[in-house]
Ligand binder design. Structure first.
Ligand SMILES: Cc1cc2nc3c(=O)[nH]c(=O)nc-3n(C[C@H](O)[C@H](O)[C@H](O)COP(=O)(O)OP(=O)(O)OC[C@H]3O[C@@H](n4cnc5c(N)ncnc54)[C@H](O)[C@@H]3O)c2cc1C
Length: 376
């Protein structure tokens, strides 16, 4: 590879924006950042957007100003790793020597019939805004899926729309990702907020009037919010890059593609493994550490040094339950909860701080994420 490679970063979400700015500053190489919209979307606030809270998304142009990063607002439609080329929907193809793949994820709406046509989601900003509009008149909403996103969405909707019926439907028991004290707190909080929980209930179909359950019952609701699972774009798979069974870019411990050494993958779009072999979950926490590790690996290799692999042994879930409550649960990397969780107002304050750092401070001063990763 040339000493100052042309670097292309695809996706200006939490991980892509950060690494683009860090690489431009540290390497002095030309860095082009491609994103399909002109603002930085704080996805972790999408449930707040859906609930009608005001969230101001900063223009990407402001965030990259003076950083040396060239911003291209366009949609990536294809990759040609052999030619080292990125195809764009609107503009000329982009040539690169080094590529960072950080295209994030979207809602898995193919999971059951009717979801793509009738369900709302909070995975993307436009979908969250559509749900917000629907909630102006909807008397009832069913949130499907009780992972962290489903829990946050149900709690937030119930808190901001106290007169409405908010149901939370989960295929398994509630709070699988928490130890018992956390589960107890979760139940009490959802109960206080008036969320009606239906556990061990499988949704078979979504239609215009609600959901059809696997046991044949129909549950009538005005709106369905689908939060049961995320998936990734098929761009890497279509380009012949090594991917896992879900289409996530397969990367080694330094976040480098297992099939194409000039490609790195970070965030939701890449399947990074910890040293113990566990695949990192999609999430801003693991994604941020992976992004910092990729940055160190790229700069080390450019300087002719051997990079250190990602070191991560534990995880922490920080789930907000409305504006003033939440659960913070330490966990193993495979998601098994460990030990006593923190609950209540303290967690809400921690979550607000996390959102401020990831959404406000880090996009402007991305060195923060590198410091965090060194400690991690
Ligand atoms: C409501 C909600 C709450 C969440 N809460 C938490 C939480 O509390 N903790 C946590 O760890 N995680 C949370 N997550 C998950 C977290 O938001 C994601 O893991 C994180 O956004 C992944 O970062 P990323 O950089 O990989 O992708 P993203 O932040 O999604 O960025 C991807 C970027 O790529 C762009 N893009 C996509 N396709 C194309 C294309 N073809 N061409 C050009 N640009 C494209 C997108 O517009 C976007 O800007 C939450 C997610 C949601 C939806």
């Amino acid at each position: 590879m040339t000493k100052t490679p042309r670097i292309a970063v695809l996706g200006a979400g939490y991980t892509g924006l950060t690494i683009a700015k860090l690489l431009a500053r540290r390497t002095g190489a030309p860095v082009t950042l491609v994103n399909d919209r002109d603002r930085f979307v704080e996805r972790m606030r999408n449930h707040q957007v859906a609930a009608g809270r005001t969230v101001r998304h900063q223009p990407l142009r402001d965030l990259v100003a003076g950083s040396g990063v060239r911003l291209v607002v366009d949609r990536v439609t294809g990759l040609d790793p052999a030619a080292r080329r990125v195809d764009l929907a609107g503009g000329d193809p982009l040539a690169y020597d080094l590529l960072v793949y950080a295209l994030g994820s979207h809602a898995d709406l193919d999971a059951v019939p009717g979801a793509a046509e009738h369900a709302y989601t909070v995975a993307g900003i436009e979908q969250s805004e559509r749900l917000r509009e629907r909630m102006r008149t909807a008397e009832s909403v069913a949130v499907i899926g009780a992972g962290p996103t489903g829990l946050e969405t149900a709690a937030e909707l119930a808190e901001t729309h106290p007169g409405r019926t908010v149901r939370l439907i989960t295929g398994g028991p509630l709070g699988r990702q928490l130890t018992e004290p956390g589960q107890d707190h979760l139940r009490r909080t959802l109960d206080r907020l008036g969320v009606q929980v239906q556990e061990n209930t499988t949704v078979a179909k979504v239609d215009a009037d609600g959901v059809l359950l696997a046991d044949g019952r129909h549950l009538a609701v005005d709106a369905v919010a689908w939060t049961a699972g995320f998936r990734v774009a098929d761009l890497a798979a279509r380009a012949g890059l090594a991917v896992d069974a879900h289409g996530r870019l397969l990367v080694d411990g330094t976040l480098r593609s297992r099939s194409h050494p000039e490609v790195y993958g970070i965030g939701d779009a890449a399947a990074a493994h910890a040293e113990g072999g566990q695949v990192l979950r999609m999430g801003c926490g693991p994604g941020g550490l992976a992004g910092a590790c990729a940055f160190h690996a790229i700069t080390a290799r450019l300087a002719g040094r051997d990079p250190k692999p990602l070191r991560l042994t534990t995880d922490t879930l920080c789930v907000s339950l409305g504006a003033w409550d939440g659960v913070l649960q330490p966990a193993d990397l495979d998601g098994t909860p460990r030990g006593k969780p923190m609950t209540g107002r303290r967690v809400a304050l921690i979550k607000k701080a996390v959102l401020r750092v990831t959404g406000r401070h880090n996009p402007r001063h991305p060195g923060i994420s590198v410091l965090t990763a060194r400690q991690g």
